[in-house]
Design a protein around this ligand. Structure first.
Ligand code: SF4
Ligand code: SF4
Length: 488
């Protein structure tokens, strides 16, 4: 009613204004509007831009400026309904009340099974295989006891909200090389979850080189796997060889095909180095041929082995350009092409990811980290992301609440560097560990490299949506409205 009242106000000659939460973007000669809350995208001409930024300018409502007064009133009504045009007193500088109700205490459980690895990827962020540490039964038991006790002591409302519970099995090594332990972890987790009337789901990141018995276990236990494959054989074999130096491409492809044959929706994750960038389109083509549903591209993270190799991150602009080409190619081939900073289709959120205090990830040493990329205590980022430890002597998990609180504070409103950015409430400052590593250990200064990619990709997607080049992914949630049709 309040929104419609704003519309009637304009009819009666009262004030209207553009909601400050809405951004006007200029891109490739076009003008676009983007509202993060309703995820409305629209393209505008100069006259319409003048109208929506100063809707009370009576001159624009008169001929010859306004070609279609009724059309303009309809558009104004629609913009008021969406909350894009508002009464000045309703201006929303802070949209946190629209954020999903994520409780800080509801943590996600992740287990890093082992640092052992059968591959020697040239860029491995965790230097997988350089050490041979596997999580012990004691650490596992104490960590699981703690995790499930926090679920048990959560409020009834949270319990009701949480009908399912997820375990992520992570790298730092290849989890399937410790298959017996991996099976025990999954069994224990599922048993404990069911005992609490929660539906367990299990996801696992893997290098995809496992044997057939593990494939059957994955299928029987409905494990959601995310397989790393960097692209066609020349790239995969160069960047991700076995410890012996042998190529890994064939075995990974065999396992991907087996998953597809079982009717699984398969995603591959491709790490893109400077050199691999030219094969990105080939990778989407390969995914289509294999029946793979999604390709997740990420530029190389400069951590671990990549810092002592000759590899480099792709140029940010070129990566964004190539990604966008792959995105369009994916639409034609029915392959979902994704990048972690591609956020304009998503609901607004306080945080970029759960590394901002919500994850509970257990390393083989018994450290509790919130970031999947920070496992070792000699990593400088451990000072920000290690939030506790399994204490053998006391037989319990000890958490550093001050560190958790600090991570929890990394929310969109607190990101000074992101104020005024059109993507602020979807991107929320981008990846916190990349901020830490690339911005002088400051969690609140985004990694400029990734920030550039995010802005470039999302701006283009908004423009494509508004211009009708691509269709909205979620008709219910992302709107494209016509503002350019000979109205003004
Ligand atoms: S990236 Fe994964 S598969 Fe490759 S060496 Fe590291 S842990 Fe092993
Ligand atoms: S990191 Fe960059 S793209 Fe993301 S919200 Fe901040 S300024 Fe915007």
């Amino acid at each position: 009613m309040k929104k419609l009242k704003a519309y009637y106000n304009i009819i009666q000659g009262s004030q209207l204004t553009l909601n400050p939460r809405v951004s006007v973007l200029r891109h490739n000669g076009g003008i676009y509007l983007f509202d993060p809350i309703t995820r409305t995208c629209a393209s505008l001409n100069d006259a319409m831009l003048a109208f929506i930024t100063k809707p009370n300018n009576v001159a624009s409502l008169k001929k010859p400026f306004c070609k279609d007064l009724n059309g303009l009133m309809d558009v104004t009504k629609h913009l008021c309904e969406l909350g894009i045009l508002i009464a000045p007193e309703d201006a929303e500088h802070n949209v946190s009340h629209c954020m999903p109700n994520n409780s800080d205490s509801m943590m996600n459980l992740a287990i890093f099974v082992t640092t052992k690895c059968n591959l020697r990827c040239t860029y491995c962020y965790a230097r997988g295989g350089d050490t041979e540490k596997t999580i012990s039964k004691d650490i596992l038991r104490l960590a699981m006891d703690h995790f499930f006790s926090t679920i048990n002591s959560s409020t009834t409302h949270e319990k009701e909200r949480r009908k399912t519970i997820n375990l992520s099995i992570h790298g730092g090594g290849e989890p399937t090389v410790e298959f017996a332990i991996l099976k025990d972890i999954v069994e224990d987790f599922c048993r404990r979850a069911r005992a609490m009337d929660l539906k367990p789901t299990v996801g696992m990141g893997t290098n995809g080189t496992y044997d057939d018995s593990i494939h059957h276990w994955i299928i029987e236990n409905n494990i959601n796997v995310n397989v790393s494959l960097d692209g066609p054989h020349k790239i995969q074999n160069r960047l991700r060889p076995f410890l012996s130096g042998k190529p890994s491409y064939e075995v990974v492809i065999h396992n991907l095909q087996s998953l597809v044959k079982e009717g699984r929706r398969v995603t591959i994750r491709a790490t893109i180095t400077d050199e691999a960038m030219e094969t990105m389109e080939e990778t989407v083509e390969l995914a289509s041929q294999l029946g793979i549903a999604a390709v997740h591209f990420e530029p190389l993270a400069l951590a671990g082995r990549s810092t002592s190799s000759a590899l480099s991150r792709p140029d940010a602009e070129q990566f964004a350009e190539t990604f966008l080409k792959c995105f369009l190619q994916g639409l034609k081939l029915d392959v979902d092409v994704y990048y972690s900073g591609m956020r304009c289709f998503e609901h607004i959120q306080q945080r970029f990811c759960s590394a901002c205090g919500q994850n509970f990830c257990v390393t083989p040493d018994g450290n509790i980290t919130t970031c999947f990329e920070v496992l070792e205590s000699n990593d400088p980022a451990a000072s920000a992301f290690f939030i506790g430890k399994v204490d053998h002597i006391q037989g319990r998990v000890v958490l550093d609440q001050m560190r958790i609180d600090k991570l929890n504070q990394r929310i969109a409103e607190n990101m000074e560097a992101c104020k005024g950015c059109f993507l602020r409430y979807q991107c929320a400052g981008d990846c916190p560990v990349k901020s830490f590593r690339h911005s002088n250990r400051d969690l609140y200064s985004p990694d400029h490299y990734r920030c550039h990619i995010a802005k470039r990709i999302n701006k283009q997607l908004i423009a494509w949506l508004a211009d009708g080049v691509i269709e909205t992914r979620d008709v219910e949630q992302t709107r494209v409205i016509a503002l350019n049709h000979n109205i003004i």
